[in-house]
Design a protein around this ligand. Structure first.
Ligand SMILES: [Zn+2]
Length: 368
């Protein structure tokens, strides 16, 4: 039930999986974030001597991190370098600003809105009771069983390692839907906590707006920060690009699903995580994929894929994971996804295709 991710792995992995393609020379470093890891006054508030972690892509060649300061820049050697993260100790003359990472003579800068604030060392709290300094939910839009589950990076001031109480609050009803403990969290250091999206009774939480509230487990009270909110959905729309609807259920020809037109080659994403039940090619459906949706008792079928999905039968899939591309294989005219939702016990296992498929897609389309 409680999933606590270690500091180093958490921040790096989170930003690396942001994905999204884009331009840029393959292999050149890119920075997506910087956070303070140790001796911190806030998530992005550090002092000379603090440890900071840069995250991004292609960072394995980073040797040097430059900070604003002095007449131009002051630099520090990078260490704990991985493809998605690099760490450094803030040098004495560093000032507030953006950071630069250097790899093979190529420089990458942190995004403008993720600048690192440098404060005097005296501002680093070193004693006293638990006090939440900052908390930031990541990502702010999350999905049940998604590639990036709801998480929160937080810092607190305090004298000692503490069991931290984390409450997940439904912002609509203002009720706590889950109370969890992040054991032995360190004060004045980055802590990264991940929630599995389940209610106390084990069911996935309903769609909605939520926030993390954080406090000391001993004190039994928790507070939220303005940045600790996130939206949570159980499903997402399969196409994250321009699309239009074609034939729906029935359509006077016994059509069992909903057609969604989009450019051939557009990425298809799993509307819900689960397991691949079938990955085959058939004369009408073309390349198709059936996913047994996790905790849904339903199956989700995607047809006319451009090429066979790379996912093998039995493979575990997460909500939003790329599962293939829009195509027009099989009996299809025009590039489109043919999508079916099957009731329990599932696709050609005694279930039937649901006529409500269009309504479901419309609902998911509203937020993803
Ligand atoms: Zn169709």
């Amino acid at each position: 039930m409680v999933v606590a991710i270690s500091i180093a792995a958490g921040a790096g992995v989170a930003s690396a999986s942001r994905g999204g393609g884009g331009v840029g020379t393959p292999g050149s470093p890119r920075l997506s974030d910087v956070v303070c890891l140790q001796r911190c006054a806030g998530l992005r508030v550090a002092a000379p001597g603090s440890r900071v972690q840069l995250s991004g892509r292609n960072l394995d060649g980073v040797t040097k991190v430059e900070f604003a300061g002095g007449a131009g820049h002051v630099s520090a050697a990078a260490d704990s370098v991985t493809p998605t993260s690099a760490e450094a100790t803030v040098p004495a003359a560093a000032k507030t600003g953006r950071l630069k990472a250097l790899a093979y003579g190529v420089a990458a800068r942190t995004p403008r809105r993720k600048r690192l604030e440098i404060v005097p060392p005296a501002r680093i709290p070193d004693s006293g009771d638990f006090q939440l300094s900052s908390a930031e939910a990541h990502p702010h839009r999350t999905y049940y069983d998604g590639l990036r589950p709801p998480g929160v990076q937080y810092l607190f001031a305090g004298a000692a390692v503490t069991d931290v109480r984390i409450e997940v609050v439904d912002l609509t009803t203002e009720t706590v839907v889950s109370t969890l403990v992040d054991p032995a969290a360190a004060p004045n250091a980055l802590n990264d906590f991940t929630w599995d999206g389940l209610l106390q009774d084990g069911r996935p939480a309903p769609d909605g707006d939520y926030a993390f509230r954080i406090g000391s487990a001993a004190a039994g009270t928790a507070t939220a920060t303005s940045d600790s909110d996130f939206t949570y959905h159980q499903f997402r729309f399969p196409i994250n690009a321009r699309h239009s609807y074609g034939d729906g259920y029935g359509a006077g020809r016994g059509h069992q699903g909903q057609d969604v037109f989009a450019r051939c080659g557009t990425k298809l994403r799993a509307v819900r995580g689960g397991r691949v039940q079938m990955n085959k090619v058939q004369s009408a459906a073309g390349n198709y994929l059936v996913i047994d949706g996790k905790r849904t008792k339903k199956d989700y079928m995607y047809a006319h894929l451009l090429t066979p999905s790379p996912l093998e039968q039995g493979a575990r899939v997460h909500t939003g994971q790329a599962i293939g591309q829009v195509g027009q294989t099989g009996n299809a005219s025009g590039c489109h996804l043919h999508f079916e939702v099957w009731s329990s016990p599932g696709w050609y296992e005694g279930g039937h295709a649901l006529p409500s498929v269009r309504r479901l897609l419309d609902t998911w389309d509203a937020w993803s």
